[in-house]
Design a protein around this ligand. Sequence first.
Ligand code: FES
Ligand code: FE
Length: 438
Amino acid sequence: MSTSVISAETRRLLADMRARIESGRVPARIFNDEEIYRLERDRLFKKAWIFLAHESEIPKPGDYVTRYISDNNIIVARDEHGQIQAHLNMCRHRGNQICKSEMGNASHFRCSYHGWVYKNSGELIGVPYFKEAYEGKLDRREWALVKVRTDTYGGLIFGTLDPQAPSLEEYLGGFQFYLDIYLKQGPNGAEVYGPPDHWVAKTDWKICAENFAGDGYHTPVAHQFGFHLGYFPSSGASHNQGWAVHIPGKGHGIGLGHTPGMPPFFGYPPDLVEKMKQTLSPGQLEVFSKTRTAVATVFPNLSFLIQPFSRVPGEPGVRFCTMRLWHPIGPGQIQMWSWCLVPKDASPEYKEEAYKAYTLAFGQAGTFEQDDFENWTNLTQQAGSSLVRDLDFPYPMGLNAKPLEDWPGPGFAVSPYVTETNFRNLWLTWLDYVGRED
Ligand code: FES
Ligand code: FE
């Protein structure tokens, strides 16, 4: 989108927004607006590192999944040498999708229109009537699949459409310390437990990303049935206890809920705790041993949650972990992706229990998922209405909070857990991308 077609209203909004965020306000309009959606597509999702897949989804040569960066469909494959490859899922001849399945195993992809054939590493190797129709002169190297730059951390495969983007390591900016609670609960890391659920929801992706950047405020209210029925091994009364941490300027944030008196590593089996002690640093162990709930967003739209959950109300909980992607598909609309992650080093029984807890709470039929989406779709609909779009929402919590001096991890850490420090950082980072004119 060229800058010339941005409306005066949006220009004013973006020019003014930094001061509004810094004073503890966020404009409602950004949560459901056609023009903001297009700016996000062109200025944010084409520039940032976007999550594509977990390595355990494509363990063998030839395995592939198809995913998205913004509105671009991407094939993520493991080639015959075991290397991860990502390419635009588009035949270079006329633009047909060369792969129409969401997952599978293939060494080659053959276009269903005129039959061009590509290796899963991107080379164009087959062109029908190459000699007769092209006189043998088409440069097949020039018409290989469009490569997407990728990098990985802890099994997460990210891609970016921006050749100038900083390295993934720089982009994550220290947030790896916190991601390890989801990704490195043992020397062999994490794996997906089954394929992801995905579905379409009428909510803005940012509402979800903000919630998972540490909205401990909503939990005792939106999910109060969980406390009443005993699904949570804690009381709503202690819900303010814990920490919120963000990486300034990067947008990533995590909420770490803590229940006083809860034993260290509550809800993890002892053998897994031993594996964690072999894998994680002393600073990470100090933080995670005290953490009941860890809920995080990697800017812009990848989130995680780990928490103990009692499938049988009143019984001690088991830890489940969900990884989720809030993939925008239009103004106020997402394709929602939800995975269950388990530690590779855990026993089969623990993995199955964790998966059952995840399924009860999250995924399409998850009780907690429904609580959240009921609210998020409502917020989105409201934000698109003619009066609401002119209003601000208040974000003053923790406006003058000072970072904890003895915090053992990177980033800006504050206590209590219920605060909006992470959210303002998320909005400022969003503005760094969406407000940039180039
Ligand atoms: Fe693929 Fe023509 S569009 S071969
Ligand atoms: Fe929730």
